[in-house]
Write a protein that binds this ligand. Sequence first.
Ligand code: TRP
Length: 469
Amino acid sequence: MENKQRENWGSRIGFLMAAAGSAVGLGNIWRFPYMAGENGGSAFILIYLAFALIIGISIMISEFAVGRRTELSAVGAYQSINRNWTFAGVLGVLSAFFIMGFYPVVGGWALAYILKSVTGLLSDPAAIGDAFGAFITNPIEPLIWMLVFLAMNIAIVAKGIAGGIEKAGKVLMPTLFVLLILIAARSVTLPGAGAGLDFLFKPDFSKVTGATYLAALGQAFFSLSLGMGCMITYGSYLGKSENLPSNALIVTVMDTSVALLAGIAIFPALFAFGMEPAVGAGLVFVVVPQIFAAMGGIGALFSVIFFLALAVAALTSSVSLLEVVTAYLIDQRGWERKKSVYTAGGIMVVTGILSSLSLGLMSGFTLFGVGIFDFFDILTDKIFLAIGGLLLAVFVGWFMDKKDLEDEITNGGTVKFGLFNVWYNLVKYVIPVAIAIVAVMGIMSIEQTGLMLFGLAVIVVLAIFSKKL
Ligand code: TRP
């Protein structure tokens, strides 16, 4: 393992595309709008932006630095610096499994909607909402699409990432961006769109609670692919001459602008159509087709391209999650890539099936009061990622050598990073305290207290037992 030269990204653009591809995904276009809708809109968005720009960028720089320094994926990276911290990496691998418990289900929905766009979905705008409900609760149809989506992930990661996915991403990600701008332009010019813009940009802090802060923090981590070693893993393949802070800045700006654009595409139209903002997980699958339906014939074409681009955005993200587990099995267990991918993917097939069925056939089965889909989603989004980020910050701030960090982040003094001390103090003092406060406030004001305590217990158990790994 040690004497082999580590695989590297082909080019700077290749890495940026991969990291941005990981960040930009369902989190931006599917999840961000419905989280904003459920959490009162603009105040949530402002808090989210503050978290993404201050905590997000700092953590991303830290993950890149840890990954590139150690040239190892999550578990090995922690372990090689301090054995007692192995559990923080293990928590990351567990988080990858949990996110992959629901992500492919939604990825499958996006695939299905490519086809549905041309098979009558748009012909009856009033039925679009019911059609979505009927689709996701169907015991077979969404399962098949989920399996197709997972199979694509497995095929790509088995090959290594560079070839197909990077090429598809280079075409389809810009396409997605252009489409979102087009939809946004249509959306804001619909009669009655103003209410949506108010909802997005006129903050009403009276609705903000501890749960709002936790939701915004979780969303920032989720959307930026942070808090579980994904960017450690991607950073481990990164060349020594890359500028870490500027890459982190570019990825973060791209990611937040896509999220904002999705909000601007959706909310004005939503209010124009007289719908409720807090409809939950179906939001993009209902509002966006309605916008397209209102466009007449050309709408179907736009709809196909939109859901195709959404599926690709989802794929470039889920590939990074599968890669976290795969890289762990390769680096720490010494397995071959193919065996690693098939094993991890096989487990994800099982969790994906359970999670998809939990929305219909198995909706009566709950864990801590929520179905399996929500169990995976809430645990990672509200607990594991934020705590994973906190652990990373404490690790970097208190258990790594400041000189080593400076050396890594400035590429041995060859690039300037004027904010090094600001970054260091943020990571060492401010971020751990901020995350701890938000976590405590949020957990206290959230409905699923039992689930949250279970999540914390999992982390404690990992911390106790994985020392022996
Ligand atoms: N960031 C992706 C999205 O917004 C999801 C994702 C990919 C992710 N890799 C991750 C989330 C690692 C958390 C951690 O859709």
